[in-house]
Design a protein around this ligand. Structure first.
Ligand code: TRP
Length: 331
């Protein structure tokens, strides 16, 4: 591990990931694990900033954890853990909140968006969400943080906290950088192809969940919104077709030109079926692995426990250093 750069990233256990999460972020997590010292967390603490059903949440935390392993993350090689299993996160978050200004948090666009979406539950956790995210990253002295653009403002805040804290106390935290992976594919909604595929879309045909079965996947692709033409090509205004082409390209590694040639003279029906089948076939081995792991409760629990222990040990040094620096009495 020594000498390797450190990576930290988190994923919320709300809803099963969709094809966009998978091709956009999760596939990259797997690729990074050989080159970097990676720590990945299921961020259950973050998820309760929006009201959750406890039974569903508990299930989704386990499901998300099993999915990470099924996707190819190796719990021996990387640290995979549930955020709430390591109390250091909540504790550092409190300390950092005293080094974060009210005004800074008020400017976070995600806070404004989520407050507007849930006006009946604008809780303090939603407001301090980015501080907890900073604590996640800083506890592990991460050099790089793979995040989508929607999280870049939060990462910028974490960087400001580092600058402020290190400015007062010396070099305590590593300055983290965003690791903007070129998404394998930017996946748009199958129903409104100018909008990103989203976990919270109300339309059941808009998103493909990575645990959907083959029939469901094919049905959703068959219903994908396209245009009134018949030609499979990436022309302006053909957002639906372009979306399907980039998904097909990500899954098969074929270029747009090759795809155009493959479907020249064929209709959208054939193309949609081919995309659906390609996606279903790509997901099938991971889904089988998921089923096996999810059914093995003892194995899953054991991995979670070991991950939590590894995470606790790796983060304890940072927390103790912080406690000392701010003037707490430590033993
Ligand atoms: N806020 C991130 C999201 O919703 C999840 C997250 C929590 C995270 N802590 C993190 C991402 C630390 C990167 C690093 O996507």
């Amino acid at each position: 591990m020594e000498g390797k750069k450190k990576i930290f990233s988190g994923i919320q256990p709300t809803n099963t990931p969709h094809l966009g999460n998978y091709l956009g972020a999760m596939v990259n997590w797997v690729k990074l694990q050989d080159e970097y010292d990676c720590t990945y967390s299921i961020v259950d603490l973050h998820s309760i900033t929006i009201r959750q059903d406890p039974v569903k949440l508990r299930n989704q935390i386990k499901e998300s954890y099993a999915l990470l392993i099924a996707m190819g993350l190796d719990p021996e090689k990387s640290t995979l853990f549930v955020q709430g299993h390591n109390p250091n996160h909540a504790e550092l978050s409190w300390i950092l909140s005293c080094y974060t200004q009210f005004g800074e948090l008020s400017r976070m666009t995600q806070f404004k968006d989520k407050s507007a979406k849930h006006p009946d539950n604008v809780n303090a956790g939603l407001f301090t969400y980015p501080v907890l995210m900073a604590a996640d990253i800083l506890l592990y002295q991460a050099d790089l943080v793979p995040v989508g653009v929607d999280q870049s403002q939060h990462l910028e805040l974490a960087r400001n906290i580092v600058q402020r804290f290190n400015g007062i106390y010396g070099d305590v935290f590593t300055m983290p950088e965003g690791y903007i992976t070129k998404a394998t594919a930017k996946v748009m909604s199958l129903q409104e192809p100018t909008k990103k595929m989203s976990k919270s879309d109300e339309n059941p045909n808009a998103s493909v969940w990575i645990l959907d079965d083959k029939d469901t996947i094919i049905r959703k692709f068959k219903r994908a919104v396209t245009d009134s033409e018949t030609e499979v090509c990436a022309r302006e205004g053909k957002d639906g077709i372009i979306n399907l082409m980039s998904i097909y390209s990500a899954v098969t590694n074929k270029s747009f030109e090759e795809i155009e040639r493959e479907f020249a003279g064929k209709g959208y029906g054939d193309f949609k079926l081919a995309v659906g089948e390609a996606v279903a076939d790509m997901l099938a081995p991971m889904q089988a692995e998921f089923k096996r792991i999810f059914a093995d409760k003892a194995y899953l629990e054991n991995c979670m426990k070991q991950g939590a222990e590894k995470a606790y040990k790796a983060s304890r040094k940072t927390l103790q250093k912080v406690q000392k620096k701010v003037g707490f009495v430590t033993f």
